[in-house]
Ligand binder design. Structure first.
Ligand SMILES: [Zn+2]
Length: 257
C-alpha cells in the first residue's frame, strides 16, 4: 500500500491490521493512538472498517492537541551484529537438559512478539500486565511441543472461548500454551510424555476479538502443578513467572535461521 506524503486524519482498519502495525506505518505509537481514540478500550479489539483517528490530526474528540510537524528522524539502522558469546550458561544448561528445542509453530508468527499488544509486560486493562507473549497465527494452525516434556494439565478453559495446556519441559520450565483451540483438540492426558516437536494442540480463536494466537507463558519449575493464574501482583500470575521473550527469540533463531 502506498503511503501518501500527507498524513490523513484518520485511518480505516483493513484485514490483518494491528494497532502496532498502524502505529509503525504512521510513525507513531500504540499509546498515542489509544490516547487519540478513547473509544478503543482494548488495543486487541479493532475491527475491519473501523475508523481510527491518527494522533496529531485535528477535529477529533480525543483531546489530543494537534502537534507541530517535526522533521522526520533518519531511518533507524539496525545495530551491528555482535558475535555470539563463546560461553552462554543458559545455553549450556539447555543443551544438557533439553537437547532439542523448536519453535511452537511450523511457520513464523505473522507479527512480532516484541511490540504491539503482544509483548510481555504490555499494560492491560485494570492495571494488569501481559503475562506472556502472543504469537499470531491462523486459527487451527498446529502447535508443537518446544522440547521434550510431560503434560502437567490437559486442556482446560482459559480465556474468551479458548483453552490452555500446561507442559513441564525439563531444562526450560513450565510452559502454558494458552489460547489454544477448544473445538479442535489433540487428546493428551496428565502425565503423558511428549517429544520435542510433537503436535499437542491447535491455535484457538478468541470469540469476542476474532483473533487467533498462542498466548505463551513461561514459569520456573517450582510453579509445576500449582495455580498459574493468581489474583495478586501486576501479572496476576504465579511468582515463578518468567519473561519468555529470550526463549522465544532463541526458538525462532534455531528453527527459522
Ligand atoms: Zn497474550
Amino acid at each position: 500500500m502506498a503511503l501518501s506524503a500527507k498524513a490523513p486524519g484518520s485511518y480505516t482498519v483493513k484485514s490483518g491490521d494491528t494497532l502496532g502495525a498502524i502505529a509503525e506505518k504512521y510513525d507513531t505509537t500504540v499509546g498515542a493512538i489509544l490516547k487519540a481514540n478513547p473509544q478503543i478500550s482494548n488495543p486487541n479489539q479493532i475491527s475491519v472498517g473501523q475508523q481510527i483517528k491518527l494522533p496529531g490530526a485535528s477535529g477529533g474528540t480525543g483531546g489530543a492537541s494537534p502537534q507541530p510537524s517535526q522533521p522526520k528522524p533518519p531511518p533507524k539502522k539496525p545495530p551491528p551484529k555482535k558475535p555470539a558469546p563463546a560461553k552462554d550458561k543458559d545455553d549450556d544448561k539447555d543443551s544438557k537438559a533439553a537437547r532439542k528445542l523448536v519453535f511452537p509453530l511450523w511457520k513464523k508468527p505473522t507479527a512480532s512478539w516484541k511490540d504491539g499488544p503482544r509483548y510481555f509486560g504490555c499494560p492491560r486493562s485494570g492495571g494488569r500486565k501481559h503475562g506472556g507473549v502472543d504469537l499470531y497465527a491462523p486459527f487451527g494452525s498446529k502447535i508443537r511441543a518446544i522440547a521434550d516434556g510431560v503434560i502437567i494439565r490437559p486442556p482446560y478453559f482459559f480465556y474468551d472461548g479458548t483453552n490452555a495446556l500446561e507442559v513441564f519441559h525439563p531444562g526450560v520450565g513450565v510452559v502454558r500454551y494458552g489460547e489454544i483451540s477448544s473445538s479442535k483438540r489433540v487428546n493428551v492426558r496428565a502425565g503423558q510424555k511428549v517429544k520435542c516437536g510433537e503436535h499437542i494442540a491447535y491455535v484457538g480463536l478468541l470469540d469476542s476479538l476474532g483473533m487467533s494466537m498462542i498466548h505463551f507463558e513461561l514459569f520456573g519449575e517450582r510453579a509445576r502443578g500449582q495455580a498459574l493464574t493468581q489474583m495478586s501482583g501486576p501479572y496476576r500470575r504465579h511468582p515463578a513467572l518468567k519473561n519468555p521473550t529470550p526463549l522465544i527469540d532463541k526458538l525462532h533463531r534455531l528453527t527459522f535461521k
